[in-house]
Design a protein around this ligand. Sequence first.
Ligand code: FAD
Length: 407
Amino acid sequence: MSEVTDPVVIVGAGHGGTTLAALLRQGGFTAPVVVVGEETHLPYHRPPLSKKFSGPEAEQALRPEDFYAANAIDLRRGISVTAIDRSAMRVSLSDGSHLPYRALVLATGSTPRPLPVPGASGVLTLRTLDDARALGASLGRGGHLAIVGGGYVGMEVAAVARSHGIGVTIVERERRILARVASAELSRRLSGYHIDRGTEVLVSSDVAGIRMRDGRACGVELADGRVLDCDTVLVGIGAAPNDALARDCGLACGQGVLVDGRGRTSDHNVYAIGDVAIRPVDGGFVRLESIPNATEQARQVAAALLGAPAPEPEVPWFWSDQFDLKLKIAGLLSPADRIVVREGSKPGSFALFHLSAEGSVRAVETANAGAEFMASKKFIAQGTPVRADVLGDPSVSLREALSPVRV
Ligand code: FAD
């Protein structure tokens, strides 16, 4: 069993894990905190990796190097946790040592899904700083970029590459880009925005294989027999949760590690946060891959470990930057919802409100529309019916949306 001197052990030195460590110290937590991270780099921001073209703008540390020692956070880089012994309350590390824990937090993130076709060993994926450096080096050699998968990461890289004059083709298996994560209306608008800026977007196109030359990808074979010549292939077809440690030690898992509203797994002493966790939101269970989600769950676990009340639930949201579009999306999309469009006055500015059958805002997708986004988050949190005529009329203030219909 654990001793009072045993540390809180956080597995994964990404956004969730390091945020939790910092929050514990901010909250006055005095017991030892160890963060074990398999990457060798100082913990860094992932979002810039797909939004900047390598270099210092893309490589941003989450905190200065001296932050960890100054806050008595034992950050162990380049070491991974290889097994969890829940009855002994200790973990095994890749250097052969063991670490006891008073509480264990899994913040292991997710891993890009591999492309299951011949030749896929020559493609690149984008999750880590090393991946971003490899992508930057390959694009720096010039030539055409083929991106398999029209998800947010792929679309962001496409925008950066086009902004640097690189030819880009996006190959998407579904009938539209962002099919899993955005409404058809947002997909249509973004697709047009990319095509207008010179990106080729191929939808309903399955990849049958990757052609290789000298160990590098040089072509994408499509299922219909066409071959796209290219010099770099980036695959962005989603990410799978890094939940093997949790499964191996018998924690309850679905498509990720199941947790409650405080980040606690089926073991009272083990928590999971960020991309690896499936958590309750709005009466269902979802696995969210976003910075705000990892931050919110870090807050939940920090409160639990500090013995503080659970924080108020937040409306899930995330952002994406593509060309000059600042996209912000909040709430959970449901295909049954009605969409009300509010066009903005600035170029490329709009808000797509998703209304439930009862007339409340369930989700919103915005571009260059910060005020509409903030107002919508409040509408979603309130869950009360709003006036669709006001939402759709940019000449009327959104404040009016909660007022009764005048007769
Ligand atoms: P991570 O930040 O991935 O950290 C997990 C860490 O755990 C990794 O360093 C991993 O190496 C380590 N690890 C795994 N297993 C072990 C082990 N056994 N032992 C030790 N260490 C281990 N979100 C947004 O909201 N907006 C964006 O614009 C946005 N852009 C993104 C762009 C890119 C290119 C990527 C990849 C992601 C982006 N995201 C964005 C998503 C966001 O970065 C993630 O949701 C967030 O980083 C999740 O935090 P996390 O702590 O769960 O996982």
